[in-house]
Design a protein around this ligand. Structure first.
Ligand code: ZN
Length: 262
């Protein structure tokens, strides 16, 4: 019980600073009506867990933010639900899994992240009682301060599952960590995404590109030019910077009752 109280206190302390104060400061400072969020810079080293259905999802969706976290000395773990083994019909699952695991290792090295795999099957991910328990155990075991995962309103069923499993982990862990959703291939995959927070990634754009382009089997140049370049610039326009990544922050109950001037 004592342990829980202390975890709760830490959570409250952390929650004041928003999305890792150091990384968000430039953008939040430029946005009006942001109140006191982010004004407290905590030097605690955070553990960031970024969940993605397939190798590449965390990198494309929030590689810039993850680069900034690891540059600031925070620990970043990418938890991939699958190894993307179903992505090429002319190779076996084993061959494709080996290839994409290798690509993920290269991109994780660029971003200074650690890769982990949840053992689900690409194109056939499951959201049920067992998988919810498994994922909750896995995420809670990692003791994250912040979890990023895919926005579940998405055309790809694996992305839907990837959004909802960590949501259950968040609820079952009594909202012990911050939960943010990220977007991928917006307009084609992610839908109905209205960001609450932005991270200025202008300074790490090239690093993010390097991490994305490590996923050679995924037509990264085309995907970048068609989706992520325009998206980074559009989110940048919204945030008043050159390029940004955008997120939806699921706030804990205590934070919801917090409107400026009230
Ligand atoms: Zn994906």
């Amino acid at each position: 019980m004592k342990k829980n109280n202390s975890a709760r206190r830490n959570f409250i302390k952390l929650s004041v600073m928003g999305i890792g104060g150091i990384t968000m400061a430039p953008v939040v400072a430029a946005m009006p009506n942001c109140g006191t969020r982010n004004t407290i810079i905590n030097d605690k080293k955070l553990h960031i867990v970024c969940v993605g259905a397939h190798p590449g999802d965390p990198e494309f969706g929030c590689g810039g933010t993850m680069a900034k976290y690891s540059d600031a000395g925070h620990r970043v773990t990418f938890l991939y639900l699958t190894r993307g083994e179903a992505s090429y019909p002319h190779k076996t699952y084993a061959e494709m899994a080996a290839l994409r695991t290798m690509e993920a290792a290269i991109s994780c090295k660029v971003l200074n992240a650690t890769a982990m795999y949840a053992g689900q099957v690409d194109g056939n991910t499951v959201l049920d009682k067992n998988k919810n328990e498994e994922m909750t155990k896995m995420i809670v075991g990692l003791q994250p301060d912040i979890v990023f995962t895919q926005w579940p309103v998405d055309a790809h069923p694996d992305h839907q599952v990837t959004g909802l499993l960590p949501l259950t982990a968040w609820v079952r862990s009594e909202r012990k960590f911050h939960l943010y959703f990220y977007e991928v291939n917006t307009g084609s995959e992610t839908m109905a995404f209205t960001p609450t927070d932005y991270v200025d990634i202008s300074a790490v754009r090239e690093r993010k590109k390097e991490a994305m382009f490590a996923h050679k089997t995924q037509n990264p140049v085309e995907t970048y030019n068609d989706y992520f370049k325009p998206l980074e610039e559009f989110r940048g326009l919204e945030a008043g910077v050159k390029a940004a990544e955008a997120f939806i922050h699921f706030k804990a109950k205590a934070e919801r009752a917090n409107i400026i001037g009230m």
